[in-house]
Design a protein around this ligand. Sequence first.
Ligand code: F6R
Length: 369
Amino acid sequence: EKGGYDTFMEKEIHDQPHAVRDTLIGRTDARGDLALDELHIDEDELRAVTKIVIVACGTASYAGMVAKYAIEHWTRIPVEVELAHEFRYRDPVIDEHTLVVSISQSGETMDTLMAVRHAKELGAMTVSICNTHGSTIPRESDAVLYTHAGPEIAVASTKAFLAQITASYILGLYLAALRGTSYGQAAAEIMAELQAIPDKIEALLGTMDRVKEIAYYMADSRAVLFLGRHVGYPVAMEGALKLKELAYIHAEGFAAGELKHGPIALIEPGQPVFVIVPSPSSEHGLHGKVVSNIQEIRARGARTLVIAEEGDEDVVPFADVVIRVPRTSPLLAPLLTVVPLQVFALQLSTAKGLDVDQPRNLAKSVTVE
Ligand code: F6R
């Protein structure tokens, strides 16, 4: 059942090309236009949406943060992302023109379910992005967009995360098309880039030997930091969460721009720092800014483990290790950049002799508050 792999997590990491491919299937019509009949929400109601609020926990909330960058860019609808357990006890400003999108692999997470109920009471429309057919959250939501990652057994989420990002992109492009934004009109092009992602993940998974090697010699690390910017920021937090959960190592993800506002004080000689570098084709010169961050922390002795696009040579002088990912458009990059971080956490856990699939103190679905 582990398909020849030692652990479910390893199998599920290798299932990721399928998870993304299967989540893309059936979401376009014969003309290649996005067709989400499965949503069963009136198109006029969706056109009238004035705000989107994404609620989720843990890894699913990081998928939501990635989605925010893309959905706002493509649709021009403001998007907020909130941890479900915080949202449910607030008095959020929500009305019938708010679309509350929950993201959950299991569909049974109590905090997320309660957030959905809270949103419904306040009159919002609710859409569930979920991996488990017939589970409670989609049943209680107005509409559902299933991810097709297949069953995820390992406690730590991997393929569901990629499928959640993919599904939220589909939803974003669909809304953009409904509202007639320029990105909505170009949705077919962005979909084509998404369709190319599974092969790129496959190729990337074939190059993970170096990552496995560094995980083994980092098994004694006391703390590991992760820096990212733009869509790389939630990826940094996801990389840190995977390492906490699986290897019980203190790990933090930071927005790279925040470094000088505090976290740079943590940098001392030998401190390992993963840096997720934006594509050189990113807007606003973000690539150069993150390269400068690498330079700054390297000057203070950090050991820099740099995740950068193929062909990005600017990072080389300041990187102790360069991990290459295939090129894609900047907003889609998380579907690739997170993969080495998953493999790193898996291997480090293995190197420490820990239970990869069942980390201590954790349950696969958190059905209690
Ligand atoms: C992390 C992880 C958790 C879940 C979170 C939400 O690896 O698995 O953080 O992402 O508990 O679970 P779902 O998606 O089932 O609502």
